[in-house]
Design a protein around this ligand. Structure first.
Ligand code: ADP
Ligand code: MG
Length: 367
């Protein structure tokens, strides 16, 4: 029944336009716009201090904007000089530190906002929510009698209880240990898929973001760095900084040589020649220095006598370092002027020679 209500078609959407917030002289959020359709999950990604929580506080009404507007379903909820109180906004938030009332039992925490329901309706709804979050049998416990993962699930059940239009999550998994975080990632992915809620999910972990988000918005120093479908962050990062965030862990110094069409350029790394994709073609000048970004998953080891394909790049270097990572070894390959990071399923001696290959489109050059 509850599920049916949640799945009913609505035209809810969150519109944030040109939102800014300063604290004294420092800019926490600078001219941020986003648009979130009903039932979509948008992950806001960025390092500590980039303004993620500030954005959620402005949307939830815990803070007021200096400029810009926030609308839900077309209705203005905040702008400079006007702010709908948090309790009047159809929004609930799940916090990083759970924020559960320590003296209240799980049943009362989850049912706290359900004041308009009769006692029996309220009990039925709380039981339904506890079951949805795999918390059957925990209704009469206090928060201190629950594990971290269970406490976070109680916080999620509380946020879902009043069936808000928009759900906000502020790094909800970052206080959990690695294994539990992985489990909760699956659980949240499942929950979001089943409930089809409109979600703004803040995290500093790109893998957490892509586990269940439809779109990503990347923040850096309060400014928007990139926004778009999850895959575009990994396939087409907008800057070397976003590429680094997306796991491109090698940054080689290279020089442009000549354009060969289709966004591809011939370039040199030390005395070796490659063909790669150029991220910003407009400013391309032969001879210009560029940063060549590569993801270790696109680099393959190859033997010296292997047949070479015309549309694949080949590089040779000397093993500078080889460290064990549990299932594989991570190698830093010295290419003369620069280091390449790659993984191998076997150990390689420091000082030994290695050849690697990667496709032309997997390497991205940035000015
Ligand atoms: P994040 O959640 O991405 O870690 P925040 O939104 O919490 O970042 O903070 C963004 C910036 O604004 C930081 O530099 C932080 O120090 C500053 N900031 C946040 N809240 C306040 C506040 N209440 N007073 C002063 N500065 C603040
Ligand atoms: Mg934060």
């Amino acid at each position: 029944m509850l599920q049916k209500n949640w799945q009913a078609l609505r035209c809810t959407m969150l519109d944030v336009s040109h939102l800014s917030r300063h604290y004294g002289d420092s800019v926490a959020l600078d001219d941020i716009s986003l648009h979130l359709d009903t039932g979509r999950v948008l992950a806001v990604l960025g390092p500590s201090g980039c303004g993620k929580s500030t954005l959620l506080k402005l949307v939830s009404g815990l803070e007021d904007p200096d400029s810009g507007e926030i609308r839900i379903n077309g209705r203005l909820i905040a702008k400079r000089g006007f702010s709908l109180p948090p309790e009047k906004r159809p929004i609930n938030m799940v916090f990083q530190d759970y924020a559960l009332w320590p003296h209240m039992k799980v049943r009362n925490i989850v049912g706290y906002g359900l004041t308009s329901l009769s006692r029996s309706e309220r009990k039925r709804r709380v039981d339904e929510l506890l079951s949805l979050l795999h918390l059957d049998g925990y209704a009469d416990r206090l928060p201190a009698e629950l594990s971290g993962g269970q406490q976070q699930r109680v916080a999620i059940a509380r946020a879902l209880a009043t069936d808000p239009e928009v759900l906000l999550f502020d790094e909800p998994l970052s206080n959990l240990d690695v294994q539990l975080r992985m489990e909760m990632r699956h659980e949240l992915a499942d929950l979001f898929e089943r409930l089809r809620k409109t979600v703004l999910y803040v995290t500093h972990d790109p893998l957490e973001a892509c586990a269940f988000a439809d779109e990503l918005l990347v923040l850096r120093h309060g400014k928007l760095e990139q926004v778009g479908p999850v895959r575009s962050l990994f396939a087409d990062p907008a800057s070397p900084w976003v590429a680094g965030l997306a796991g491109y862990d090698s940054r080689l110094t290279a020089h442009l040589h000549s354009a060969i069409g289709n966004g591809l350029w011939r370039l040199t790394v030390g005395n070796q020649t490659l063909v790669c994709r150029l991220a910003e073609c407009a400013q391309a000048v032969p001879g210009a220095p560029v940063s060549l970004m590569l993801h270790s998953s696109s680099i393959k080891l190859c033997s010296k006598d292997e047949e070479q394909h015309p549309d694949v790049n080949y590089l040779s270097g000397t093993v500078r370092q080889c460290i064990f990572e549990g299932h594989q070894w991570r190698i830093r390959l010295d290419l003369g002027e620069t280091l390449l990071s790659l993984v191998s399923n076997q150990r390689h001696e420091r000082g030994s020679g290695l050849s690697v290959s990667f496709t032309q489109h997997s390497a991205l050059a940035f000015h």
